[in-house]
Design a protein around this ligand. Structure first.
Ligand code: MG
Length: 453
């Protein structure tokens, strides 16, 4: 359908008179019937609008080029060659997400207009009646991002332009330094400083130091749990973290910004005391001090220490963290964007944070697909209250599956500036790397008690 052109023969007062007297037919007569009006070659392209396009199909594509399960949604349209891609990656439970996409979203979306993203999000969100879970939210995210991708392609613009345009030249990132000893962590940090990174997250022996525990756990000797279950000694971890910070600060200087992820693995009061002890090393932020089951401890943390806090990769829904953002109980919001339903809700979270000095630090490891990283990047460029972005450098296999992956230079992430999200998928390459079903987080104390997460 073509957009109507203004009629130079009618002024505003005449038009208002016709509307107030209910003469819609008279107005139509003056403007001409948009369905039958002849083409005017002088009409500027922006005034002609875009033709209506419908969703033809919605399907899941699963692939694991680096070992982690990645799920992509492909939305095909009635316009030949026009499709959109979105990230629906819930690595640990990829199969139910695929089922939600292929069995439910395809039927729900087919035949609907591609343009009405907000309406599609709202209607799909409640279409199952019960909602807010990670499976359905990830499926919804795949649809949502794919519709933004399509809208960008139709507008011939990168998605960040549709979100308001750039606030910055590129996306500042942090890298991941790790090693079995403080000395190894120092060397890893120095390597990233040499590459131009200004921010580095430091972890000794993986989250909670699980890779470097010296004492064998009693639960394994007793044959409790599975042999593959991970083990963490919380006291050892709590003693080691300040020593690691001390070594890195002494050897790497004051200019590098240091981050650390507690990953919710210690008791709340232990987390508070640990963070307090790290003040002298001036952390950029400490991540995920408490599990989502322990949110009320943030109030005590805030009155105890001024170390900046990042929180939230396990959040599923704004209602879990809205009040904590508004109360300014953490400084960085760290959601996994596909986990809350895609770009549409993530932009709302970012805008909410602007009013309460909560910056964004979206989750961005190897279990967010390149399409998801692109979505992170488009929001990072457009949101004024962007804080920092977690980086992930893809291997050659992943880059072959996903042409248009993000790139890094001097500590900045650069997204492909093509129309839409800028990332494509090679389905033949993707099929070479089937997903697995053995992705479990099982972590225990020495006596076998399960640690969250
Ligand atoms: Mg984390």
């Amino acid at each position: 359908m073509k957009r109507r052109e203004p009629n130079p023969g009618i002024n505003r007062r005449d038009a208002m008179k016709l509307i107030s007297t209910g003469s819609a037919a008279g107005l139509l007569g003056m403007y001409g019937d948009p369905l039958t009006r002849s083409e005017n070659s002088t009409t500027p392209s922006y005034a002609t609008g875009v033709p209506a396009i419908k969703i033809k199909s919605v399907k899941a594509i699963a692939t694991a080029p680096e070992g982690s399960n990645l799920v992509i949604v492909k939305v095909e349209t009635t316009e030949p060659g026009l499709y959109g891609l979105g990230c629906a990656t819930f690595t640990q439970r990829a199969v139910p997400v695929i089922s939600a996409i292929d069995s439910y979203l395809n039927d729900f979306c087919s035949g609907k207009d591609v343009d009405n993203i907000e309406d599609m999000w709202q209607s799909a969100y409640v279409s199952s009646y019960w909602r807010n879970g990670p499976v359905l939210n990830n499926a919804l995210s795949g649809l949502d991002m794919a519709l933004w991708d399509i809208k960008g392609k139709r507008a011939n613009m990168p998605v960040y332009q549709l979100l308001g345009g750039k606030c910055r030249i590129a996306v500042d990132c942090y890298a991941h330094a790790s090693g079995p000893t403080p000395e190894a962590v120092v060397e890893s940090v120095q390597k990233f400083i040499a590459q131009g990174f200004r921010h580095v997250r430091i972890q000794q022996g993986g989250y909670g130091g699980v890779g470097t525990m010296e004492k064998p756990p009693d639960f394994k000797q007793a044959g409790f749990g599975r042999e593959s279950d991970m083990y963490m000694d919380q006291r050892t971890y709590l003693k080691r973290v300040p020593m690691m910070f001390d070594a890195v600060r002494k050897r790497c200087g004051e200019d590098i910004e240091l981050l650390h992820d507690i990953h919710e693995r210690v008791d709340p009061m232990d987390a508070i005391n640990l963070i307090k002890s790290l003040e002298q090393y001036r952390p950029y932020f400490i991540e995920d001090p408490f599990s989502p089951e322990n949110m009320k401890w943030f109030r005590q943390l805030r009155t105890t220490t001024s170390v900046p806090i990042a929180m939230g990769e396990l959040f599923n829904n704004i209602n879990e963290f809205r009040d904590y953002m508004v109360e300014q109980l953490f400084d960085y919001i760290r959601i996994h964007i596909s986990q809350i339903g895609g770009i549409t809700p993530a932009m709302k979270v970012a805008r909410l944070g602007e009013w309460f000095n909560v910056k964004t630090a979206w989750h961005g490891p190897g279990d967010v697909s390149p399409v998801g990283h692109a979505a992170n990047g488009h929001i990072d460029l457009a949101a004024w209250n962007f804080g920092i972005q977690e980086s992930h450098i893809w291997n050659e296999k992943a880059q072959a599956v996903f042409p248009g992956c993000q790139t890094y230079k001097n500590g900045y992430m650069y997204i492909n500036e093509g129309p839409g999200l800028g990332v494509d998928i090679n389905e033949k390459e993707a099929a070479k790397y089937p997903i697995g079903t053995k992705s479990n987080w099982t972590l225990r104390k020495g006596d076998g008690t399960i640690i969250r997460p």
